[in-house]
Design a protein around this ligand. Structure first.
Ligand SMILES: C[S@@+](CC[C@H](N)C(=O)[O-])C[C@H]1O[C@@H](n2cnc3c(N)ncnc32)[C@H](O)[C@@H]1O
Length: 272
């Protein structure tokens, strides 16, 4: 078995440990939602000093359902665009390109901050067509790796809420203006969730929190050429997928409350 790897991540980069920890919990559960076959082995190889991850255990089903929906949308894209390109932004330590077995005709870019890509390279072995790009999406360098001529899918999971609103819109503009045609799949949280994140103990300990909230009118105004394909409330997904079957009717009832319905949603847009 490969040895362990010491990682020293701070701020938003350290939040990848939270999502990986939750995917591992899902994978170990009796009825996994995502069943990521890599999460447990990868998590167990990491030596880190981030304490209190157990506090996010209650969100494991949410995180697994979010990943499962985005996997489904990515599979659809891979099924129709055999020579397409996927920009996996803020990829963290997610195994998505491996668990979806991306075909070699597709160009896949995993993009994250340099310290994250460094750890990612140490923990995974990727095929040649799965390219690791070290760079913040706030900078210029990551875009140099993008092929503007391929049909493109952007998958940004658990990323945009950590960015400043202007950065989110700049990334969307860059994809819309810089590719021939594209789809964008991402999750977003409500203004209420952003406020709540200031009080979340794990975020406080990591010195990070959410900065961008979903505002449909503002998004439509800033990106008038985009057409929405899907808009899914995570709580609705949980009413179908939650491993504790007895919880599903309760979640279904709770889902009628607008605060919970909008807490986290998944969006898919196209430039066509
Ligand atoms: C909550 S984690 C999600 C990771 C992964 N998508 C997942 O679902 O496990 C947030 C990720 O966004 C990355 N991130 C935050 N700001 C970024 C930026 N400016 N450019 C690139 N990645 C960024 C972090 O390094 C981290 O890997």
């Amino acid at each position: 078995m490969a040895g362990t790897e010491k990682v020293d991540l701070r701020g938003a980069a350290a939040t990848l440990l939270m999502t990986l920890y939750m995917r591992r919990l899902d994978a170990r559960s009796r009825r996994p939602i995502l069943g990521d076959p890599y999460a447990e082995a990868v998590y167990d190889r990491i030596e880190h000093d981030v304490h209190g991850l157990w506090q996010v255990a209650g969100d494991a089903a949410t995180i697994a359902a979010r990943a499962a929906v985005l996997d489904g949308w990515t599979r659809e894209f891979l099924g129709t665009e055999s020579h397409g390109q996927v920009l996996h932004l803020g990829c963290g330590l997610d195994s998505r390109p491996l668990r979806l077995a991306v075909p070699p005709t597709v160009r896949w870019l995993d993009v994250d901050q340099p310290e994250v890509i460094d750890v990612r390279r140490r923990l995974y072995t990727f095929p040649e067509h799965v390219v690791q790009v070290a760079g913040s999406v706030t900078g210029e360098t990551w875009w140099e790796a993008v092929d503007p001529d391929r049909p493109t899918l952007v998958v940004a999971e658990g990323l945009f809420m950590y960015l400043r609103p202007a950065t989110v819109h700049a990334v969307v503009d860059r994809v819309v203006d810089g590719t021939r045609r594209a789809e964008l799949a991402f999750d977003a949280v409500s203004p209420w969730t952003v406020t709540m994140s200031r009080w979340t103990p794990t975020f406080r300990a990591l010195g990070t929190g959410f900065r961008w909230a979903w505002n449909p009118a503002d998004f439509a105004h800033r990106h008038p050429t985009l057409r929405e394909l899907d808009d899914v409330a995570i709580i609705d997904e949980l009413t179908i997928r939650h491993p504790r079957v007895w919880l599903r009717p309760l979640l279904s009832a709770a889902g009628h409350l607008p605060t919970l319905q909008d807490a986290m949603r998944l969006h898919r847009f196209t430039t066509r």
